[in-house]
Design a protein around this ligand. Structure first.
Ligand SMILES: [Zn+2]
Length: 204
């Protein structure tokens, strides 16, 4: 923890602001630091405190404080922490190709890294996706993970569903054709484009 951060957090504790400002302080798996706020009011109070404690210009910008503290100010509708490892997880898309690297299940919200490190999480993650054409493995697990879990790819080419001609593969139709041939059928998102999705079918 850097000196500026130490000072600000010390003042934060001394003034018992943990009871006033709803925020979480954590790092992600890459060691990047975050303050996750519930609302603007909390962020504004925190910024006012940081400016005072660090004797900064009262008109200093938010990013200048982030730089001083070597942190990122974010909100809880975009980021949260993993219920297992406690690391920061982004929970909403930041681009059209984005795939979630977490899932919410019996164990709360679990990040992709924790899932990939734990056999039970992996099985729990696919539980509601098995034999369900309305759901697919989307991020979190790779093809290699599925192979390690005993799955085999059923189709040679990727299916496409999208806006263009020829991109009309329907998971429901594919599932109805395949059902009964394997115990467990699983859809896997290969790629998400701006207007289409490529997917494949796996079985165990
Ligand atoms: Zn985790």
């Amino acid at each position: 923890m850097n000196k500026n951060m130490e000072k600000v957090l010390k003042a934060f504790g001394e003034r018992q602001l943990w009871d006033v400002i709803n925020m979480t302080e954590a790092e992600d798996r890459e060691g990047e630091h975050y303050f996750i706020f519930e609302d603007w009011e909390g962020l504004e109070k925190f910024i006012a405190l940081a400016k005072e404690v660090l004797s900064m210009d009262p008109v200093a910008m938010e990013y200048e404080i982030e730089e001083k503290l070597k942190t990122n100010f974010v909100f809880s509708d975009e980021y949260t922490t993993c219920d297992d490892c406690g690391k920061v997880v982004r929970i909403i898309p930041d681009s059209y190709g984005w795939q979630p690297d977490f899932y919410t299940g019996n164990n709360g919200l679990v990040c992709g890294d924790c899932v990939r490190e734990n056999w039970e999480y992996k099985e729990d993650y696919i539980q509601d996706k098995i034999n369900n054409p309305e759901k697919a493995v989307n991020g979190v697990l790779s093809e290699d993970d599925l192979i390690a879990m005993g799955f085999e790819k059923v189709n040679a080419d990727s299916y496409e569903a999208g806006w263009y001609e020829g991109q009309d593969d329907d998971p429901e139709v594919i599932y109805n054709e395949l059902r009964g041939t394997h115990d467990e059928i699983l859809f896997f998102v290969d790629r998400i484009g701006q207007f289409d999705t490529c997917f494949s079918v796996w079985a165990r």
